[in-house]
Design a protein around this ligand. Sequence first.
Ligand SMILES: NC(=O)c1ccc[n+]([C@@H]2O[C@H](COP(=O)([O-])OP(=O)(O)OC[C@H]3O[C@@H](n4cnc5c(N)ncnc54)[C@H](OP(=O)(O)O)[C@@H]3O)[C@@H](O)[C@H]2O)c1
Length: 350
Amino acid sequence: MSAPLNVGIVGTGIFARNKHLPTFQQESDKFRPVACFNRTKSKADAFAVTAGIEASKVYADLDHLLDDDNVDVLDVMVPVQFNYATAKKSVEAGKPVILEKPIEANLEQARKLVQLAESTELPVAIAENWLHLESVPVAREKLAKIGPIAAFTYNSTGPFHPSSEYMATTWRQNPEHIGGFLSDGGVHQLALLTTLLGDVGSIAAFSSQLRKQSGTDDIVFSSVKLRDSDVIGTFTYGSAFGATEKSVFLKVFGLNGSVTVTISSGKPTTIKTMIGATGEVEVQEETVEVKEQPFFGVEAEFVNFHEAVTKKDKSLVKGTPRVAFHHLAIVAAFLESSKKNGTAINVEQP
Ligand SMILES: NC(=O)c1ccc[n+]([C@@H]2O[C@H](COP(=O)([O-])OP(=O)(O)OC[C@H]3O[C@@H](n4cnc5c(N)ncnc54)[C@H](OP(=O)(O)O)[C@@H]3O)[C@@H](O)[C@H]2O)c1
């Protein structure tokens, strides 16, 4: 068995502490945190103690961390307007890098990140954990039974949580990334939608800001047409409402049946399949439950990154910048369409 990859962590905030570090501890044969850097050094010092990183390996700046030959790969969890600059430095230092989502703050910067990733043999990954959900291959297998697919409705909605620790981060309160919470959480939903059904070609949308704490629009209701097929659908997203269940509901309609995927916090994902060409035949019905990983695919995304790095094969990366660009580009199209009173907008390509 090969030695674990030595990880340099950039940004030791909430998600580093709550999800990435426990993932490294769980996958300790694959990853070992060895160095870190954070804007506020005292937080990096505290993180290092928890992570078992030597005090001398808490760096005061990114360049010193990159100069450390013992660091094999970078794990970046900073406000996303720093993703491209950080990835560029990492690639220049010869180190593969995984960066948290959304890919960047806007499409211009995201495009540069795609070009960077496509100009190097080093794996560059965007940590879009919903691409790695256990329910994805199961839903795909069911979808293959109801085709051709004609339409879908996707609804991911939830109540506002003003005291959530994420709400307290200043970079979310005053977002430099387009769409604020719409892109922060929305790219997860768009990752799941597009990995199951294909890329979005055009959309017509209305977005709106319900909560001043969101800093910008926080809900979107849209009509969608896929790029490489005639599939049409609706996409609704927002966690800014009054009391309601937090859930994801995707119903896909085919000419030979339907598949309904329901994700509710704390419960297994359910996937219901109904097969039958009309309402007048005997319908075959089946519901399966799929248990997601505790960190909702973060574990699998790191196993995927490890495989790409150790095999020196960037084509193994699932969450490539090109894939992640598409999710942010859909959010950009929502915002543009809404600004133009719901006019249909083509989703930009990298
Ligand atoms: N996949 C998911 O489900 C998921 C969930 C949550 C977050 N994330 C992603 O993880 C990343 C971090 O989010 P978080 O929730 O952990 O936020 P966070 O706690 O605010 O962490 C961000 C880190 O970046 C640092 N930072 C803030 N502003 C900076 C600046 N101007 N220059 C340099 N560093 C700066 C902060 O340093 P200070 O200590 O100085 O503030 C902090 O350590 C984001 O990309 C976010 O989208 C992903």
